[in-house]
Design a protein around this ligand. Structure first.
Ligand code: ADP
Ligand code: C5P
Ligand code: MG
Length: 191
């Protein structure tokens, strides 16, 4: 059984930043669904490059069969891991249903880390991210925020009803956010 923590929050809430630090210090392997999709988009011979780019620019969600397979392949490659941080997934009902179908029997979902941050702060961070992403522009960000509100937040609410959500306010300096995140992991791993 793979131990899994889902990391969710609006675009720019700091998921990648915090996951990198947890990976470094707590031995979980960080898998960003967005990073895996961008790598697949760039992979020579991929039949999904154009489809992925269309979804990324439109802030819409790639069909789960593609994303979940990329995640599973990455997990198999790191079977030695203590646990996995699945960053930016599941983002909608399709993601959640496909994950349950493909991975439900193979994983132990520990909790959901929810990085909460006001949308205007998140948009500002994305516009200054400086990674040359094709979706860090005002048009795409509007669509990404709509997708977050309409499709992703209900998934967080679903996990909340199951008592699985650990919310950390990420509208603060990274070191303060991280200090609270470490407490969440410490509590979960004591159980
Ligand atoms: P996400 O993966 O949730 O989209 P990132 O971790 O890529 O977010 O962060 C988006 C941008 O905001 C990056 O430029 C990052 O350096 C910056 N950032 C992340 N966390 C914070 C924070 N707590 N305070 C200020 N800036 C942050
Ligand atoms: O998480 P990140 O900001 O890197 O995601 C960028 C884009 O990748 C999303 O806006 C979406 O188009 C795509 N994505 C997806 N399904 C996921 C995660 C990301 O389609 N589960
Ligand atoms: Mg990210």
């Amino acid at each position: 059984m793979y131990k899994v923590v889902f990391v969710l929050g609006p675009p720019g809430s700091g998921k990648g930043t915090i996951c990198a630090q947890i990976q470094e210090n707590l031995g979980y392997v960080h898998l960003s669904a967005g990073d895996l999709l961008r790598a697949e988009r760039e992979r020579e011979g991929s039949q999904f490059g154009a489809l992925i780019e269309n979804h990324i620019r439109n802030g819409s969600i790639v069909p789960v069969e593609i994303t979940c397979s990329l995640l599973e392949i990455a997990m198999i490659a790191r079977e030695d891991a203590n646990g996995f941080l699945i960053d930016g997934f599941p983002r909608n009902e399709d993601n959640l249903a496909g994950w349950k179908r493909q991975m439900g029997e193979k994983v132990n979902e520990q909790f959901v880390l929810f990085l909460s941050c006001p949308v205007d702060v998140c948009i500002d961070r994305c516009l200054h991210r400086g990674q040359g992403r094709t979706d860090d522009n005002v048009d795409s960000l509007k669509k990404r925020v709509d997708t977050y509100n309409q499709s992703t937040f209900p998934i967080i609410e679903h996990f909340e009803k199951l008592g699985m959500v650990r919310e950390v306010n990420s509208e603060r300096p990274v070191n303060e956010v991280y200090a609270d995140v470490v407490k969440v992991f410490a509590a979960a791993n004591q159980q």
